[in-house]
Design a protein around this ligand. Sequence first.
Ligand code: ATP
Ligand code: MG
Length: 174
Amino acid sequence: MKKLHRGLYIGRFQPYHLGHSKVLEVIVGEINEVIIGIGSAQESYHQNNPFTAGERVLMVSKALEEFDIKSYIIPIEDVHCNSLWVSRVTSMVPPFDVVYSNNSLVVELFRDSDVKVVKTPLFNRMMYSGSMIRELMLAGKEWRHLVPDSVAGVIDDIDGTGRIQRVAGSDKEF
Ligand code: ATP
Ligand code: MG
């Protein structure tokens, strides 16, 4: 099968986890170059979006070292208007031939813009989930087995667990 040249994979990566790595294992075999779009790039220091775009770039870039593929990692800020989102993304990333996603809104928006979209399989979605990992961090439970070691290192270096716990704290709790 002839490879498509360049593929786009978009996520918030709050944080990057082993589910993302499993998806990448599949798609790097189908393309020559991968673009990782870091969505909601403007968000950080929030319980649901704890990490900055720069910290997420670092997580993805370290995780990608295990794959032998040319990559581009591009932060993408929200446009707060779904009908304009595809043109925003397209203007921010190198030209691409295919989008990989499992997010139904992402799939819908790109397909309506006549972009080739491939739906990716889900891997252990119960545990390999950004929401689940953030919950574990907040509860002070173990989460490191759900992300690549290199990503755990990035998160520990910035005391990511402490950050989630601090930003989730309310001044109304006594
Ligand atoms: P959150 O719970 O914060 O939304 P998430 O785990 O869904 O985090 P995202 O960064 O939102 O992570 O996901 C980026 C892309 O990776 C989406 O297309 C999502 O469907 C996909 N994805 C996330 N987890 C998995 C998984 N376990 N297996 C396969 N694909 C996944
Ligand atoms: Mg998600």
